[in-house]
Ligand binder design. Structure first.
Ligand SMILES: NC(=O)c1ccc[n+]([C@@H]2O[C@H](COP(=O)([O-])OP(=O)(O)OC[C@H]3O[C@@H](n4cnc5c(N)ncnc54)[C@H](OP(=O)(O)O)[C@@H]3O)[C@@H](O)[C@H]2O)c1
Length: 283
């Protein structure tokens, strides 16, 4: 039996999982490429195939017969870019036509957010392979503002100053990805910027979280030196500290402040704001 020509990666995670469930609910057949098949979501019309980005041979076999591929960027690691390139080489060798890749807002060779550079290099590799592309350039996830970005004592800490961030809900990225996957030719060789409906300073974000949840959340504008020092209590490689700190310096420098209409254009509905996310009924 032949496998579906639409492949989705990352379905054991948050974003890819939302995409895969949405496609299944719409009756779309898909091939789920996962590292751990036992953790793949059980979905109607989905065939599960084992594959990790860094294993070119397995990826080449898993991608055989795939026409359109949603490639969710891999978890951050020192090896990520190498793994992405291995996977994309396998995609090109397998004859994949169109890659939909979750990139980063303002990805560039010199992005202040250090991981934005890997996304840019991945985009370049897709272009170099001659693959048809759709880049979904995601801003920082809005979902993280009221959760992982709040540290000890209810403080959002980092050297972001009065800079603004047009963070986007993962649900909006997922809905946008589904819109592209339902009609890939209409989105060929196009880059979309995935943002929320507004760009907030972190002080404004703290105020919204306080207003809606009643939680005592504040923003503390660290210096870059303070930011490294406050994160060094977690054991991590240097690239990880750079990524953590540059999240905030990218905000400070205005590199993630652009508000785009692309989520609305793709999904037909306004992207979620921070308030919407905190009060789902409000959305
Ligand atoms: N814009 C932002 O603010 C932001 C923040 C964090 C992350 N991201 C990026 O966005 C991606 C999706 O976000 P998410 O919240 O859905 O992340 P997530 O819940 O951690 O899911 C990541 C998915 O990618 C899979 N994966 C990771 N590395 C892989 C590899 N080397 N080969 C094959 N599959 C791999 C994971 O598989 P397993 O289940 O096997 O691990 C998982 O299914 C992340 O992976 C990261 O690149 C963006």
């Amino acid at each position: 039996m032949s496998l579906p020509p639409l492949a989705v990666t990352g379905s054991t995670g948050a974003l890819g999982g939302m995409v895969a469930r949405d496609l299944a609910e719409r009756g779309v057949a898909q091939r789920l490429l996962v590292r751990s098949p036992d953790r793949a979501p059980a979905l109607d019309g989905a065939a599960v195939v084992a594959c990790s980005y860094g294993d070119g041979r397995a990826a080449r076999a898993a991608l055989d017969g795939v026409e359109t591929l949603l490639m969710v960027s891999a978890s951050e690691s020192a090896e990520r870019l190498r793994e992405h390139r291995t996977f994309l080489d396998a995609a090109a060798a397998a004859g994949v036509r169109h890659v939909v890749y979750t990139s980063f807002a303002g990805a560039a060779a010199d992005s202040t957010f250090t991981l934005g550079r890997d996304h840019w290099a991945t985009e370049q590799h897709i272009l170099d392979q001659g693959l048809t592309h759709t880049f979904l350039r995601d801003n920082f996830y809005l979902d993280f503002l009221p959760t992982v970005m709040i540290g000890e004592g209810g403080v959002i800490r980092g050297p972001a100053g009065d800079g603004r961030v047009a963070a986007v809900a993962r649900a909006d990225v997922a809905r946008s990805a589904v819109a592209v996957l339902l009609d890939p030719p209409s989105h060929a060789d196009t880059t979309y910027t995935m943002t929320g409906p507004e760009a907030l300073t972190l002080a404004e974000a703290a105020t919204v979280i306080r207003d809606v949840t009643g939680r005592d959340v504040t923003f503390h504008d660290e210096t870059v030196e303070e930011a490294y020092a406050s994160r060094r209590r977690w054991e991590a490689p240097d690239w990880q500290y750079d990524a953590w700190v540059s999240t905030y310096t990218a905000i400070k420098l205005g590199e993630v402040a652009e508000v785009s209409d692309d989520v609305r254009r793709l999904t037909g509905r306004a992207p979620l704001s921070l308030r919407d996310l905190l009060v789902p009924d409000h959305a």
